[in-house]
Design a protein around this ligand. Structure first.
Ligand code: NA7
Length: 540
């Protein structure tokens, strides 16, 4: 590596793709090791997800103080979150503050999307080329491309014919979009759609929501952080992060060890009422231990959530459209909301069921369904992402024998620990498929990923190793384990982005893309692998 040889002029120790939360922290850690590193980032500044997703209403569903970086005590004490669930502009400011504090931007090339990455087998290095034609080489290539960063648009005809303003939520303009006096349409009612709908409904003259699949949404319970709480938070960071480390998804909400079936109906109801009124993901993550495993337990909690929707929506017909029937509560990502259901009691909001009568095409003046035309001034696509593998597929990774990663993962990803894949030596995938970070309060798992990779690279340098690749047997075993664990969960029985299901991507295989074994088990496994000299990998 650069410290021990003289080829560093044209070859870095590491290239990182992406300057979001993972890429920024990986840069910080590798610089600390004395590595030569360059980050390539397609955006014009740091922030990743929080750089791109500027749509109105975008905010955390994780408690702010459980989401920020934990590695610097000074940073923890300096930064003040203003709300329990901070809005996107504040998060972007925070990430800019981190970049300034640790002087990160100098090692990041912005406005630079990596197009290809090719492994040179003889030279044992990766060469990347950006869309702008810039090339760079490094011994290690670390991806920090984000699990939800390749937005997808519907495959409707006439997409470009719309004469009004249209935006995908993940490609929102930097200038504010004014909805006052406008007829606005939103397609999509996932976690993003729900956030944007409740915001647009406040000012739009008329809002039409095109809903295909209703989701079970739960109250976020956001509020400002007062001075006393601010101090309490700053004093209790070690406990906050300990709690996150010990919980399944690294959230502040740990699941209740009881079964939903072992308590009385009255106890169950009281517990669910309590969770429903509490802030954050408690109702999803802090629920009875079997709601995502046992169909009977899931049916009960789904009924509870359906009742809540019916209680909150005035028009019973509209309420029925909002009630999910084709999947159980929590088996898809639970959108968090603030008076979302009450939006449908407003006179300026109209819900259109596009499962019953699908959208046929986009027309110059708006949206045409099978039985109506909707005239719009602004059309918002909250239509999601090519999840988890999509951000990899956008880059042509060529490994040993010239094989592409896209070809290798065509039937679903195969990895060891969600960190490496056979045939692509020295490629390390932070928050990659089948990595616990994909189903997690993500910065907590990012820190685990980054620290593990940093320890690995330090170990390799100390031992004089320059190449790492997983054994095929380790990859087979991990991939089987990922699917075995997923099969126990009701998540794998439901179509969602966790399962790689996106109807706008008909060729994408239905396979579990995340890791459902939980972050404590994943951390333990990674630690054991490291303690055993990186068991399952070949280092030389
Ligand atoms: P999601 O959760 O994938 O939601 C996308 C939404 O868009 C969902 O309601 C889709 O309906 C809808 N959609 C997509 N394509 C169409 C077409 N062609 N017609 C009608 N409706 C469509 O993405 P989000 O951005 O909301 O959330 C992604 C994650 O980001 C989220 O989980 C958070 O972790 C952050 P469908 O359900 O497919 O019927």
């Amino acid at each position: 590596m650069s410290t021990s040889d003289n080829r560093s002029k044209d070859r870095l120790d590491a290239i990182i793709i992406g300057a979001g939360i993972a890429g920024m922290y990986q840069l910080y850690r590798l610089r600390e090791l004395g590595f030569s590193v360059r980050v390539f980032e397609s955006g014009s500044d740091v922030g990743g997800t929080w750089y791109w997703n500027r749509y109105p209403g975008a905010r955390f569903d994780s408690e702010s103080y459980s989401y920020g970086y934990s590695f610097s005590e000074e940073l923890l004490q300096e930064w003040e979150w203003s709300e329990h669930f901070a809005p996107q502009p504040e998060t972007l400011r925070y990430l800019g503050f981190v970049a300034d504090k640790f002087d990160l931007r100098g090692d990041i090339t912005f406005d630079s999307r990596v197009a290809t990455a090719t492994f040179d087998e003889d030279g044992n290095f990766w060469e990347i080329q950006t869309e702008g034609g810039e090339r760079a080489r490094a011994t290690f290539l670390i991806t920090a491309v984000g699990p939800l960063s390749a937005p997808t648009l519907p495959r409707f005809e006439g997409l470009d014919s719309f004469v009004g303003e249209s935006h995908h939520t993940a490609r929102w303009p930097h200038e504010p979009v004014d909805f006052a006096g406008k007829r606005v349409g939103v397609i999509g009612t996932g976690a993003t759609g729900v956030q944007v709908i409740q915001e647009v409904a406040k000012t739009a003259a008329h809002l039409t929501v095109f809903q295909r699949t209703p989701n079970y949404c739960a109250p976020l319970g956001n509020r400002p952080i007062d001075e006393v709480t601010q101090k309490e938070i700053k004093d209790s960071y070690p406990e906050i992060f300990k709690k996150c480390r010990e919980s399944h998804g690294a959230f502040l909400h740990a699941s209740d060890p009881r079964s939903a079936l072992e308590v009385t109906p009255e106890e169950r109801e009281a517990f669910w009422e309590e969770l429903y009124s509490q802030p954050g993901f408690g109702i999803w993550i802090g629920n009875f231990s079997d709601i995502l495993i046992d169909q009977r337990a899931n049916d009960l909690v789904s009924d509870f959530m359906r009742r809540k929707i019916r209680e909150r929506v005035d028009d019973p017909e509209v309420a029925e459209l909002l009630v999910p029937r084709d999947h159980g509560f929590g088996t898809r990502r639970v959108p968090m909301e603030t008076r979302y259901y009450e939006v449908y009691n407003q006179k300026n909001v109209h819900l259109v069921d596009v499962k019953e009568v699908p959208i046929e095409r986009i027309i110059p003046k708006g949206v045409k369904t099978g039985n109506a035309e909707y005239e719009l001034d602004i059309l918002i696509y909250a239509t999601g992402f090519d999840a988890i593998t999509g951000s990899f597929d956008r880059i042509e990774f060529r490994g040993e024998g010239g094989r592409t990663l896209k070809e290798k993962w065509a039937d679903g990803p195969r990895t060891y620990l969600g960190i490496q894949t056979v045939g692509f030596p020295n490629l390390l995938t932070l928050v990659g498929p089948h990595n616990a970070a994909t189903f997690c309060n993500i910065p907590r798992c990012i820190e685990q990923n980054v620290e593990w990779v940093t320890d690995l690279l330090r170990y390799m340098r100390d031992k004089g190793h320059e190449r790492i690749a997983p054994l095929k047997a380790s990859e087979d075993e991990w991939t089987k384990h990922v699917y075995d664990i997923a099969a126990l969960s009701l998540l794998s029985k439901t179509d969602s982005w966790f399962m790689g299901v996106n109807q706008n991507l008909p060729d994408k295989k239905r396979t579990f893309l995340a890791y459902a074994g939980g972050s404590p088990a994943y951390r333990q496994k990674c630690d054991a692998v490291a303690a055993n000299g990186y068991e399952g990998f070949v280092l030389n």
